[in-house]
Ligand binder design. Structure first.
Ligand code: CA
Length: 399
């Protein structure tokens, strides 16, 4: 029997008062890489120094770890044991120092649903949508890790039935279900990264919750796009799943009509078969699938650099809301409640339009593993705190 597949997700952990450093998850334990491999690149509070070494080093490290964890020759079984720490003893941190953050809008289901909700009677997709992956630059400094509490933001919007302009806590707090891709190897300013070079630059994937204040967003976004309705927080999962672990999850991408221009076309296009689960206060509310995403992560990366903009280690890009034509796969509460018009019925008789204070949103995902079974992405979650004039303590955590 072959040994179970080890996806070896990378993260940053600490034990007690010790300083945060890089580890990989091995079952229900965390391998302390700096100690296990004796390499100071892992003795850092982010993955960035390791990611900057590039794809050959990522592959070599993975091979070294698999060899060591499976017993590399007679008498070596268990030599990693001293460096494996039970998960319940560690605290997980933001895994990367986020350089730039970009968010896309690449699900045709979500873009169509949003168009129908926000601009009823009009063509839901704008003329550019099928020709390029629409995106915007977000705020890297407010990307936080799983468990960070999210203070309900204040902002300017037109309120309720009266339409009076106000500056107040958002009444339409939402999330968007997304994946995030982490750039490891940068690129030179002035050069474009092709679709086929995706795996030479991107190290891995995380789960991503794009917190969104729909009332603030609706008022501010014309004509320059999302700004304060999005920039108050974006939450990512603590474990980065290396692309090398997702080989068995690769699939043919969704068809594109019309065919994109040559600079957005690869020789062997692929996407990923990843199934997500969105929960509100522990109740499963939808199961979006990444498989139907219109634009692939490789096309997003190529588009992002097609003007010569450089990539840096630690760049993070969100795929955009992952959604579906059916409500069972909607990736936002705006869709799940049709802009609050059709409240969700929750067990116990609760109803929800948009998020209420103290709600907990969580997202998990799985993908096919080589040899059968599923790879788990772990979890990303956040609790909504009431709006307050008191500053939020940095890194205030759920647990
Ligand atoms: Ca988004």
């Amino acid at each position: 029997m072959s040994p179970p597949f080890l996806p070896l997700p990378f993260g940053v952990f600490s034990v007690g008062a010790e300083r945060p450093r890089v580890g990989v998850a091995v079952g229900d334990r965390v391998l302390d890489l700096a100690s296990a491999l004796g390499d100071p690149v892992f003795d850092h509070p982010s993955l960035n120094p390791f990611l900057a070494r590039g794809p050959a080093a990522w592959t070599e490290t993975r091979a070294t770890l698999l060899h060591a964890l499976r017993g590399g020759g007679p008498g070596t079984e268990g030599r990693m044991e001293p460096y494996l720490i039970p998960r319940e003893r560690v605290r997980l941190h933001l895994p990367i120092e986020v350089a730039d953050f970009v968010d896309f809008f690449s699900s045709i289901e979500h873009a169509t649903n949003a168009g129908r909700i926000l601009r009823p009677g009009e063509e839901p997709l704008k003329p550019n949508w099928r020709h390029l992956p629409v995106g915007y630059h977000g705020r890297a400094g407010t990307v936080v890790v799983d468990g960070t509490r999210i203070r309900r933001p204040r902002g300017q919007y037109r309120a309720g039935a009266s339409g009076a302009l106000c500056y107040a806590p958002t009444a339409r707090l939402d999330i968007e279900v997304e994946l995030g891709f982490v750039v490891g190897a940068g690129s030179a300013l002035g050069s474009a990264v092709t679709v086929d070079e995706f795996e030479q630059h991107v190290f891995g994937a995380v789960l991503l919750l794009d917190w969104s204040a729909r009332d603030i967003q609706a008022w501010e976004y014309v004509p320059l796009g999302p700004f304060l309705g999005k920039s108050f927080a974006t939450t990512i999962s603590p474990w980065v799943i290396p692309l090398e672990s997702l080989a068995a999850a690769k699939i043919e991408p969704a068809p594109q009509d019309p065919p994109p221009l040559p600079h957005l076309t690869g020789t062997t296009p692929f996407s990923y078969d990843i199934t997500l689960e969105l929960r509100l206060n522990d109740h499963l509310v939808s199961t979006p699938s990444f498989a139907s995403m219109y634009w692939t992560p490789a096309q997003q990366l190529a588009h992002m650099t097609s003007n010569g903009a450089s990539l840096r280690t630690g760049d993070l890009y969100g795929t955009g809301t992952i959604s579906a034509w059916e409500a069972s796969g909607y990736g936002s509460f705006m869709e799940l409640t049709w802009n609050g018009e059709r409240p969700l019925e929750l067990p116990g008789g609760d109803q929800r339009g948009f998020l209420q204070d103290h709600d907990v949103v969580s997202l998990s995902a799985t993908a096919p593993a080589p040899g059968g079974g599923r790879i788990a992405f772990g979890q990303v979650s956040g609790r909504v705190l009431p709006a307050s004039d008191e500053p939020t303590t940095p890194n205030e955590r759920l647990r």
